[in-house]
Write a protein that binds this ligand. Structure first.
Ligand code: DGT
Ligand code: CA
Ligand code: CA
Length: 587
């Protein structure tokens, strides 16, 4: 059995579902399995590797009991308790749990109505058979949408996981004395939000030895393909890694070719042909490919990418924007943007603390406000904003919500007076409700330094409604920032549909900031929409949305999104100094 993180997490979710269906265990035990599954899914290390290294306790949310079961799983292949608790439950129920919006109870109803497998489910949803047997038409529609999404969802790595796995492989490759240079390639180097497989380019005079060394790397479950200067392997997580080895004289061409993207390469090749050059992974040659061989083709050295792009009379586009969306033309005109960099970030304005809240609208943070400030200081930030979720709109009165904000504001004021190095900003992340109104009244918002508003429900609402909700929040004088505007969750939920041009136009006009949320499952606003919004003059903030201080380290992933969206320092408000920022926020 392959113990990828996805498979282990799925197993724990199945156990949680089995507990629910058999009414076995209590709410907290069920939550424990679900939390453990979340922890494993978000882990950037392979859980099996951690087990081998005796580091299971380092995974967040993994209690001792579940650690014990995982030990049983990894050493013996199965867990007796898990087998027992799942016994008698039709397997199709567990399959259906992968569809967003289907929980154990819905799955069990569907199974009772005769659904045999996912294909059968689709057929029966489409034919109306389930509805005619009494299944809710509204839920049926949602399940069908979820099923279609689940089918389209490819098996791709989230960027931080890919980066962490790649880091290990890069270090391994660097450890070989015959490695002269090594770079990641493909979508990983371009920092795409999800990565299909990992690609690496080693520069070496001894390709064969490097290939052999790569194929002997620990953590490989299968060597798929091995050649003189390339290899493809499968890693424990179930993902592929490709290695390409190039000689120093043509390494620039190799690096350029396999960094991609494909569309960028195609455009570049046409350009090269016009200049009487031919490009390939093996190097640059004079004379168009296929029009002559041997003496008529003369190979030109390209040790670096800069030499290659220089030969074509252009600047070297940063890997993040090599998507053939205008970067080649810009590079030819020597007018590439100066993309924002992580070192220019001066603060994080979206963090969640554990400030007491009896009816939180959404999951609170793990750490105290003081701990968040300490972390911000360690990151060298000039300012830090604390933006807890408020009291749940549906469970509390207007007065309760106002008085809670007052209490919290007083507390943060007292902390502000004690904090020296990093300035503290008192914010909140409030909900944009389904009718477009906000979950906290204006009189309470007026007491804050700034306010973030976000959609946290009804993501699948029709385009007109999502647009209306966003525009309505943008029209509130106290709202400064819209968080994670599209609401997408990578590998889980699609972006909401909205009239983005209208949203961008209004945001720019009203001087409202859109967030680039750096949380690995969000990366929202998406890169392509960032680019579009910039054309309207929209300003952005890159925030981590950390619910735990270690997540404040995710800032770089948000910066990559901004870079892929062609954003420069001037476009990102948290690169601004305190004076400029507070002027904008009118603090
Ligand atoms: P991924 O792995 O799906 O996240 O995406 P990439 O971009 O890493 O794609 P991959 O691993 O198939 O190939 C790496 C790069 O190699 C790709 O970005 C461009 C280059 N490449 C691969 N196949 C072709 C091809 O058929 N034509 C051209 N022009 N370039 C290619
Ligand atoms: Ca790839
Ligand atoms: Ca590849």
């Amino acid at each position: 059995m392959e113990f990828s993180n996805a498979k282990v997490a799925k197993l724990l979710r199945n156990v949680a579902a089995a507990y629910t269906l058999k009414k076995f265990g209590n709410f907290f035990q069920i939550r424990a399995y679900e939390n453990a599954a979340d922890g494993i899914e978000n882990s950037t290390a392979e859980i099996y590797d951690l087990w081998q290294e005796g580091k299971l306790s380092e995974v967040p949310n993994l209690g001792e009991k579940i650690q014990g079961y995982l030990n049983e799983l990894f050493s013996g292949g199965k867990v007796k308790h898990f087998v027992e608790v799942q016994d008698g439950i039709p397997p199709v129920i567990f399959e259906m749990l992968d569809i967003s919006g289907v929980g154990p109870k819905t799955a069990s109803v569907l199974a009772e109505l005769g659904v045999k497998d996912l294909k059968d489910l689709r057929t029966k949803l489409k034919s109306g058979e389930l509805v005619s047997k009494g299944f809710s038409a509204k839920i049926a529609q949602k399940v069908l949408k979820g099923l279609t999404e689940a089918n389209q969802r490819g098996n791709r790595m989230l960027l931080p996981y890919a980066v962490a796995q790649a880091e290990k492989i890069l270090n391994y490759l660097k450890n070989n004395a015959d490695t002269l240079k090594v770079y990641p390639l493909g979508s990983l180097r371009r920092m795409v939000a999800t990565v299909g497989d990992l690609d690496f380019a080693v520069c070496s005079k001894k390709p064969k030895e490097i290939v052999e060394y790569f194929c002997a790397m620990p953590g490989i479950t299968r060597v798929v393909d091995r050649g003189e200067s390339r290899a493809t392997v499968v890693l424990r997580g179930g993902f592929q890694a490709d290695l390409l080895v190039g000689e120093p004289g043509s390494y620039g061409a190799l690096l350029q070719h396999f960094t991609g993207s494909k569309t960028h390469n195609i455009k570049l090749r046409i350009l090269a042909n016009k200049k009487g050059l031919s490009l390939s992974e093996y190097g640059v040659r004079k004379g168009e490919r296929g029009k002559g061989k041997g003496e008529r083709e003369e190979s030109i050295k390209t040790e670096t990418e800069e030499e290659l792009y220089g030969m074509l009379g252009m600047q070297t586009p940063p890997p993040e924007i090599r998507e053939d969306t205008g970067e080649i033309e810009a590079a030819l005109n020597h007018r590439l943007p100066e993309l924002v960099e992580i070192k220019e970030i001066r603060g994080d304005l979206h963090t969640h603390s554990n400030f007491p809240n009896l009816h939180p609208s959404h999951g609170p943070g793990v750490n105290s406000i003081e701990e968040i400030i300490k972390k911000a200081e360690s990151l060298g930030y000039e300012y830090i904003g604390i933006t807890d979720h408020t009291l749940a709109f549906s469970a509390t009165s207007k007065e309760e919500r106002i008085s809670w904000v007052e209490k919290r504001t007083k507390f943060i004021q007292s902390i502000k007076s004690r904090t020296k190095d990093t300035r503290v900003l008192n914010g909140l992340e409030i909900d944009i409700l389904t009718d477009g109104t906000l979950s906290v009244p204006d009189e309470a918002l007026a007491t804050l330094d700034y306010c973030i508003a976000g959609i946290h429900s009804g993501h699948a609402d029709p385009k007109e409604q999502i647009t209306k909700r966003l525009l309505s929040a943008l029209s509130n004088p106290y709202v400064d920032i819209i968080s994670h505007p599209t609401g997408r969750l990578l590998n889980e939920r699609e972006s909401s549909d909205a009239d983005w041009d209208e949203v961008f136009r209004v945001a720019a006009k009203r001087k409202k900031i859109l967030e680039i949320n750096a949380h690995p499952v969000r990366l929202d606003l998406r890169d392509d929409l960032v680019r579009r919004a910039l054309k309207f003059g929209v300003k952005f903030i890159i925030n981590t949305d950390a619910h735990e201080v270690s997540q404040m380290d995710n800032m770089g992933f948000g910066v990559s999104v901004a870079r892929r969206g062609w954003a420069e320092k001037k476009d990102i408000v948290n690169t601004w100094d305190w004076t400029k920022l507070t002027e904008w926020f009118r603090i």
